[in-house]
Design a protein around this ligand. Structure first.
Ligand code: DPP
Ligand code: ZN
Length: 880
């Protein structure tokens, strides 16, 4: 595989004005006929270069140019292109190919899942369907006719509006769909299957009625309402917050069991991993309900940020993904709790994206080069991309940001554009120069921001100094300073925000404001401060940086109680916990007895006693930083010490806070008993506190907690409580109850694959000794298969990504296991294989012995035979 560079971008030689597709779907093959109405790109010279169409794994049956059948002498064919010579500026290509969706295990292009036909074309899957200019800047008007056997495939869907249908001889039928909007091939979709749908309606802001349909397998028809409600909320929110109206007469979602990603925003016909659609109380957790709401919104929002305005090339992927993640996170914040949503997003970003940005696959939000684009659907493109948009939003303010987005959509509707075009619209609408800001798009790595402060009592002034730097990343040794928006307040001894007046300002400007750190070193002096303040910095995590400020533990406890920024209250607690845990890690490494700083106990006690505090916040504050986060912030991660220290702290907290936790648990369990399940934020909140309380309580080993756990498992009416009870037992010392409950759960839910995924995950994550053996045994379970990406993620992904003590076993057995799985997945599903590799790419974080073992496995993969470009790119970059 070779590198593809942004600097080599060239506009397409030819355009495809119309695309007429015909699919004849059969059990052992599919015939695809494509008629492409083409012309020379008018912005280029008048000569006619060869036409190079993309195509892979296609059996070419015939090709014609302007109705003239071509013979093999008229074209060149290799394993990824069909090349021929046009003779006029406008022409029509007709091709027929045979493909094999029934044996497509890569789940890219057209494939079969649970007996239905479906597609996944982003990024470069369309070339596995027909010969085409498979690039996002070639936009075309599509008409699609599909035919199949009527009994097995009563439902035939494609993009746009249905315009005709009928029956054929021999029990087959057909349907034709027409999409009036120009789109790139990656947004093409087709579905044929035996599906049921739930239908609803949405009236848009200009009073157009839109039909909404969610298609699922018949047995899942009772699990669709939550997704439908989420869809209607998303449509309304996009009208209100962004002024975006839906544009077709029908919007469809189809749930598919075998899917590489979460979902796909195909025009008018979104195809979803069933895990991101199906949700009802008995089978889906609160987290799953929230995920469905967020993903439905995300894909719907793409209709504008992605489809109406798309990407010029795949280097611009964050143009649509970063923006759309930002849009869906704001939507979720509006539907639920803004502070809690922010905490969840930041915890995720800091644990996972920061690790990516510090590893061998680190790349800018707009990469310069890639080997396999499927590897670039990353946390950096999505989550950091969203943070970059959030910073623009912070710098411009909500109103001006909206003017910028309106201008962007108006100026580029129907076009394929770049990240620069987006920023230009923001600059033009605001008059703000974002030249330096754009370094966020081009420089990889997580910036460090060190802050320090000094108070001058004689002058009543307070000086804050910032120093920024950014570590080297592959291909980028030196970095230039970023524009870092730092939202801050200064608190007095009672925790009140003080008026903020910088030297040179006539009067104070607010009590919480955004400063811009743009230099490598920069100081700000605040005046008219009669007492030394305590700063609340980077409020709401206003920039994706690693901030340090020399707070002592008492100051952090003070901020936990008094900071008026909810996010920073949580953040103070995290920093306090990190300090305390790092102290324990040191004690463990030196072979000393572990002693927990009682200030952490005191701080969490007052959180638990605070009846005013949102219960979800209480739950968030009780959650100690995870092992993966502690790994990320370590120079060299000592897996065993991290695990031991964190478990010790949890045990001490459980003992010291037992009564309060028990009280909070029982009060909430009582509410759960007396109220039917509601998928709504206040209920998510109280269940999250109830459940984290239970996970602490069980550490006491007391019989009344075991009884409570079993009661919750048996008597609850929803998966959130049931799965928590199961997870708590699985990680508990109550061996016989663990086994009985696991067996009962599997028996009860054996026919529900999504619930069985949870069952696998809970066990894969258990940090009790013997983790690998348990995972290997589970791979033999009848409900497990490597062919289903959700199963791979639930068992193998959860083991390697979340069960750090077991995965990093000192003998290297976890590494060897993962490499074996990657080698076997490489042949069947390269995208999933490559994704599973990421724990091994982080080898630099570990001690020499583990480094050698991890590298050894990467080398073994490299030597294992023919590698997909997906796996080859990640392995070779990791070893470089
Ligand atoms: N399906 C993926 C997403 O929506 C890729 N577009 O993010
Ligand atoms: Zn997306």
């Amino acid at each position: 595989p070779k590198m593809i560079y942004l600097k080599d971008y060239q506009a397409p030689d030819y355009l495809i004005d119309e695309t007429h597709l015909t699919f004849e779907l059969f059990e052992d093959h599919t015939l695809v006929h494509a008629q492409l109405v083409m012309r020379r790109n008018p912005t280029l010279s008048a000569d006619l270069p060869p036409l190079v169409l993309d195509g892979q794994q296609l059996e070419l049956l015939s090709v014609a140019l302007d109705d003239r059948e071509l013979s093999a002498a008229d074209y060149q064919l290799d394993d990824s292109h069909l090349t021929l010579q046009p003779t006029a500026a406008s022409f029509v290509i007709d091709s027929s190919v045979r493909i094999h969706p029934e044996s497509n295990t890569a789940l890219e292009g057209l494939y079969k899942s649970s007996g239905m036909f479906c597609t996944q074309c982003e990024a470069e899957g369309f070339r596995k369907i027909t010969y085409y200019l498979d690039r996002p800047d070639v936009m075309s008007k599509f008409t699609t006719t599909l035919s199949a056997e009527q009994h097995s495939y009563p439902v035939l869907l494609s993009n746009g509006n249905p315009i005709a249908s009928g029956s054929e001889e021999g029990g087959r039928h057909w349907a034709t769909w027409e999409d009036p909007f120009m789109k790139p091939a990656y947004l093409f979709a087709l579905v044929a299957g035996d599906l049921w749908c739930v239908e609803d309606q949405f009236t848009t802001m200009s009073q157009r009625a839109v039909t909404l349909r969610i298609y699922v397998e018949p047995e899942n028809i009772d699990k669709v309402q939550h997704a439908m409600d989420s869809l209607k909320k998303s449509m309304k929110w996009d009208e209100e917050v962004y002024g975006r109206e839906y544009d077709l007469d029908i919007f469809m979602i189809v749930a598919v069991n075998d899917f590489n990603m979460g979902a796909m925003e195909n025009k008018g016909l979104n195809i979803f991993n069933s895990s991101c659609v199906l949700a009802k109380a008995e089978t889906a957790t609160d987290a799953a309900h929230q995920r469905v709401e967020a993903v439905v919104a995300h894909e719907y929002f793409h209709n504008w940020s992605g489809n109406r305005v798309t990407c010029r090339d795949w280097f611009q992927l964050s143009l649509k993904e970063g923006f759309t993640v930002f849009r869906d996170s704001e939507f979720s914040a509006d539907m639920n709790s803004r502070t809690v949503k922010r905490i969840e997003d930041v915890a995720y970003l800091r644990t996972h994206q920061f690790a990516e940005d510090a590893g061998p696959m680190a790349h800018p939000v707009r990469p310069d080069a890639y080997m396999e684009i499927s590897n670039f659907y990353t946390l950096t493109i999505y989550e950091k991309g969203s943070e970059v948009l959030r910073m623009i939003h912070t710098l411009l303010g909500a109103e001006t940001f909206r003017k910028g987005s309106d201008l962007y959509f108006a100026r580029h509707d129907g076009q394929a554009v770049t990240c620069d075009d987006f920023v230009q619209a923001m600059e033009d609408a605001s008059g703000v120069d974002l030249t330096q800001f754009k370094r966020w798009y081009t420089q990889a790595g997580t910036p460090r921001l060190e802050a320090s402060a000094s108070y001058d009592a004689a002058a009543n002034s307070y000086r804050l100094e910032f120093r920024q730097s950014c570590p080297a990343t592959p291909g980028q040794a030196e970095k230039l300073p970023f524009v870092i928006p730092v939202e801050l307040a200064l608190l007095d001894a009672q925790g009140r925000e003080l008026p903020l007046q910088l030297v040179g300002e006539e009067a104070p400007v607010g009590r919480s404001r955004v400063l811009q750190v743009t230099q490598a070193e920069q100081a700000f002096t605040f005046i008219n401060l009669a007492e030394k303040p305590l700063p609340s910095l980077l409020r709401g995590f206003s920039a994706p940086v690693k901030l340090s400020f020399p707070y002592d533990r008492d100051q952090l406890m003070f901020l936990m109680q008094h900071d008026s920024d909810g996010f920073n209250r949580w953040e103070a607690g995290q920093q306090l916990s990190v300090q305390v845990l790092q102290e324990l890690i040191g004690q463990y490494q030196r072979g000393e007895a572990l002693v927990l700083d009682q200030r952490l106990v005191a701080a969490l006690r007052s959180v638990l006693q605070d009846e005013q505090l949102d219960q979800a916040m209480v739950a968030e504050m009780l959650s100690l930083p995870g092992e993966a986060y502690l790994t990320e912030i370590s120079e060299v991660a000592d897996v065993d010490a991290i695990h031991a220290a964190r478990e010790f702290a949890r045990g001490e907290l459980a003992t010291a806070l037992f009564d309060l936790l028990w009280q909070r648990y029982q009060a909430n369990r009582e509410l759960s008993r007396s109220t039917a399940y509601i998928a709504e934020f206040t209920h998510f909140a109280r269940r999250s506190l109830q459940n984290i309380a239970l996970s602490y309580l069980v550490l006491s080993g007391r019989p009344e907690v075991l009884a409570a756990c079993l009661e919750q498992y048996e008597a609850c009416d929803n998966m959130t409580e049931r799965l928590t009870a199961l997870a708590v037992l699985v990680n508990s010392p109550f061996e016989s109850e663990r086994a009985t409950t696991l067996a009962a759960f599997a028996e009860h839910f054996k026919d529900n694959p999504l619930v069985m995924d949870q069952w696998f995950s809970v066990q894969a994550g258990s940090t009790l000794p013997g983790g690998l053996a348990r995972v290997q045994a589970l791979m033999q379970h009848p409900a497990f298969t490597l062919k289903n990406p959700n199963k791979v993620r639930a068992l193998i992904g959860a083991f390697a990504g979340q069960n750090l003590v077991n995965f990093h076993a000192a003998d290297g057995s976890g590494y060897r296991f993962l490499a074996d799985q990657v080698i076997s997945l490489n042949a069947s599903n390269p995208q999933i294989a490559s994704r599973q590799l990421s724990p091994l790419t982080r080898w630099r974080k570990y001690d020499d012995k583990r480094q050698a073992l991890m590298k050894g496995e990467l080398e073994r993969i490299l030597a294992s035979g023919e590698l997909s470009s997906d796996v080859y790119e990640v392995v070779s970059k990791s070893l470089a």
